[in-house]
Design a protein around this ligand. Structure first.
Ligand code: FPP
Length: 235
């Protein structure tokens, strides 16, 4: 959700105003996604690196998160949005953590779409956590040397934080940046990437539908050839 700061600066507003407007867009995107049948959408709301921003911006973002979630909870329940979180939320201030846990609990029976809020999340940190889990499993005798030698990527994925997550199909970055910035690194291996020049607070339904249309034109070969896919009737 990039471009909040620049959107605000262009208007002579404080950066948090860009985030505030961005949070409203986030709400809209979740309903556009639900309308077209997306099962899961994840939003990168706060990265492990975002702690290095000015203290005021970090605390305003945490307050915004808590107030938006509290305010939007009835709408989420009504629209069938199940909230999940990805990242180490134990490090978040208690007000934000409580609002998140409350919303996760209240929406756990919602089935229309899942919103994965990535908070204090980093793809590299997730992979390190996965290695720690794997080593713990080996120490506990749950994973043998032979199993480790033959470990596949699909098996390793279970050691990550992805058990509740579908593989990422489409990764959209706004604000004209061409980086992944530590987002969903494991699944980025085969996600389709889409870069939009639009600042996140200006992101509209048209932009979202354009990204989906571009995705629909992509040929996802997963390392195979077009001919192989045609033979198997996949395209
Ligand atoms: C990146 O833009 C945006 C963020 C680091 C924060 C995004 C968070 C929100 C929109 C709030 C989300 C809240 C809910 C409830 C979903 P930037 O500040 O890096 O923009 P810039 O590149 O223009 O400076």
């Amino acid at each position: 959700m990039d471009g909040n700061g620049r959107w605000a600066r262009q208007r002579g507003l404080p950066r948090i105003e860009g985030h505030r407007r961005g949070a409203m867009v986030a709400e809209d995107v979740v309903s556009w996604a639900a309308d077209v049948g997306v099962q899961q959408i994840s939003l990168y709301a706060f990265s492990t690196e975002n702690w290095d921003r000015p203290h005021d911006e970090v605390s305003s973002l945490m307050n915004l998160l808590a107030s938006m979630l509290t305010m939007q909870l009835p709408r989420m329940c009504k629209q069938g949005v199940r909230l999940r979180v990805l990242g180490e939320i134990s490090a978040l201030p208690s007000m934000a953590r409580n609002a998140i846990m409350h919303a996760v609990q209240k929406t756990k029976t919602c089935t229309r779409i899942e919103l994965i809020l990535c908070l204090n999340y980093g793809g590299q940190q997730e992979i390190i956590a996965g290695i720690r889990r794997l080593v713990a499993a080996m120490k506990a005798g749950e994973l043998s040397d032979e199993a480790l030698a033959g470990l596949t990527a699909a098996q390793f994925r279970h050691f990550l934080w992805r058990d509740e997550l579908l593989p990422v199909d489409l990764l959209i970055r706004t604000g004209g940046e061409f980086r992944i910035s530590n987002f969903h690194l494991w699944d980025a291996a085969y996600a389709e990437l889409y870069f939009s020049p639009t600042f996140w607070p200006d992101y509209c339904r048209e932009d979202f539908l354009q990204a989906l249309q571009a995705y629909a034109q992509r040929e996802r070969r997963f390392g195979q050839t077009s001919e192989q896919l045609q033979q198997r009737g996949k395209i």
